[in-house]
Write a protein that binds this ligand. Sequence first.
Ligand SMILES: N[C@@H](CCC(=O)N[C@@H](CS)C(=O)NCC(=O)O)C(=O)O
Length: 202
Amino acid sequence: MIDLYTYRTPNGRKPSIFLEEVGLPYTLKKVDLKTGEQFHQDFVAINPNSKIPAIVDHDTGITVFESGAILVYLGEKTGQFLPTSLAERANVMQWLMFQMGNIGPMFGQLGHFRHSAPENIPYGIERYEKESLRLCKVMDQQLASRDFLAGDYSIADIATYPWVAIYEHLQLSIDDCPHLLRWLNRLQERPAVYKGMNILKD
Ligand SMILES: N[C@@H](CCC(=O)N[C@@H](CS)C(=O)NCC(=O)O)C(=O)O
């Protein structure tokens, strides 16, 4: 059985989408970021960086933090959504890392400057909006000739979806990214994606 330490955020929803997709049983362990539970000693013992998500796999005794590493771990554990051939795996990994190193940080900063900064800082908003829109165009172009980021549905899509799904909240105008919008709809229609996105709803 897997314990998933998480909260209602884009990074926090990636492992739940995967786990719903493969039907692995898991226990949700809410780490309330609003009350600072990520800094509690028992959670720091699981992730020294005090960020969700993290998993504890009681079947193997292995603990993993960082959402990308969790998806790779689960992909390897289950043999799903992470191909094993050298070329296909490299392709999935590059799009997974594209998400981890670009989409998450840039969209995250845009969200911060739009909704959480103590004052309105147009420079911050413009910087991260411009880069986020550029990244959307990169994905749109990639999706023009394929249904999923790395060809078949994979952990790269699972990692990216929860961030792109909040484009309206981020006030990102992606009307001129038709392929990206179609990909969003494609993922949205998957029951596991719906379930994984709706964890910890009170
Ligand atoms: N690169 C990390 C980022 C994790 C992350 O930033 N998690 C946020 C929620 S989406 C968090 O725990 N924030 C709490 C804090 O910064 O104190 C991952 O992908 O797992």
